[in-house]
Ligand binder design. Structure first.
Ligand SMILES: Cc1ncc(COP(=O)(O)O)c(C=O)c1O
Length: 388
């Protein structure tokens, strides 16, 4: 039959069909900016909130919806929205729920960039951010104000690892009419059932254990119920927040091995934490599963496991320079942000600015345990101690 269209046009409109009978253990990757509609009626009646249809690349493809559904399922939430980084997800857990004149409560050990959001965009919006002691528990009731709209929880908190009493904080927040949002990145929602313990919103940096291979950044917000989800989704649609299906595929690729990777990191981190406790140079090991960690009893009650990130404090005679010498001497532990990926990482922090009452300034080292052989990691840390 004579061809009616130019070969260049044929490249754009191939005659293709989904091959019947093709089955694989892994999902395909559906990419799209334009999503095609069967007819104008469907186009005119579309809604970005309608999860039974696809409307445009920004509101998702089967690939991105697959990841959203899986996260909502494992967290036991209503639905999930994806964001291009964990920090973006953190920001969008605040923004839909506050307006000028509102007040929010944030723990003093919060992931530091949240302070940037507090001092930047939230301040510009005339939203007041007040910090609370992460170990305050039910006592947070005293900090609730009539205009408190959101209580942020991060447990264990970044770097200093305190474990907060989420049920007690949630009860006080709800009694005062505020929502509770948790940064659930530490446990990937795997070892902490945030919604059962009172959270309304659960945020993850998927960058960490879900993606798990140190090659992308992504975040998610899962809402406990439809009303909360509508507000997050609405703001995400308004501002075009979305993720590339190729990156989403990489997270989907990481999921089947996530529980194994987490179990491995848990075991190795615990072994290293116990070993660090035997070292004379170490004053304190801040690992949620060890009794020295503030809030350990809460961890035992609320968590079903620990992960690969924890901190330790050097004895008083070692200062910030000594901590830097220790880390610089490591060859397997990398120096860089993030955790939950393939390689182990070590960092020290200057807590004087935001945590001036933290008693162990300068000599705290945070380790993120990766997938290396544990004996090699211990040998590397021995090199760090030798450099002290
Ligand atoms: C507790 C916590 N929340 C959020 C984030 C932000 O994630 P991302 O790096 O994907 O922006 C991080 C990153 O380190 C984190 O540690």
């Amino acid at each position: 039959m004579k061809k009616m269209t130019h070969p260049a046009t044929d490249l754009i409109h191939p005659k293709r069909a989904v091959p019947p009978g093709f089955r694989s253990l892994v999902p395909g990757t559906e990419r799209a900016s334009t999503v095609l509609f069967d007819n104008v009626g469907k186009w005119l009646n579309r809604s970005g909130f309608d999860e039974s249809i696809y409307t445009y690349g920004t509101s998702g493809t089967p690939t991105t919806r697959d990841l959203r559904n899986r996260i909502a399922e494992w967290e036991g939430g209503f639905a999930t929205v994806l964001f291009p980084s964990g920090l973006a997800a953190v920001a969008y857990a605040f923004l839909p729920f506050v307006k000028p004149g509102d007040h929010v409560l944030v723990p003093g050990n919060v992931y530091d960039p949240v302070r940037g959001l507090a001092n930047g965009l939230l301040k510009q919006m005339n939203v007041t951010v007040e910090y609370y002691d992460p170990l305050i528990g039910a006592g947070i009731a005293a900090q609730m104000k009539p205009n408190t709209k959101l209580v942020w929880v991060e447990t264990p908190g970044s770097i200093t690892m305190e474990i907060s009493d989420l049920p007690a904080i949630a009860a006080a927040a709800h009694a005062a009419g505020a929502l509770v949002a948790i940064d659930n990145t530490y446990s990937a929602g795997w070892y902490l059932r945030a919604f059962e313990l009172g959270a309304d919103v659960s945020v993850h940096a998927l960058t960490k254990y879900p993606a798990g291979h140190s090659d992308l950044v992504m975040g998610s917000i899962t809402a406990k119920d439809e009303t909360v989800w509508q507000r997050v989704k609405d703001m995400a649609l308004q501002t075009g927040q979305c993720c590339a299906p190729d990156d989403v595929y990489l997270v989907l690729r990481g999921l089947p091995t996530m529980p194994l990777r987490m179990r491995h990191a848990e075991k190795v981190a615990l072994d290293i934490a116990h070993w660090l406790k035997t070292r004379p140079e170490v004053k304190l090991v801040l690992h949620p599963a060890l009794p020295d960690c503030p809030g350990h009893e809460t961890w035992k009650r609320d968590f079903t496991g620990s992960t690969g990130i924890f901190s330790f404090v050097l004895q008083d005679q070692f200062n910030a320079d000594a901590a830097a010498r220790f880390i610089d001497a490591l060859t397997l532990f990398g120096i860089g942000a993030s955790w939950g990926g393939i390689g182990s990482l070590a960092l020290t922090y200057n807590l004087t600015k935001n945590r001036s009452n933290w008693p162990h300034q300068g000599a705290l080292i945070r380790l993120g345990i990766g997938l290396e052989e544990p004996s090699d990691l211990i040998a590397d840390l021995e090199g760090g101690f030798a450099a002290l």
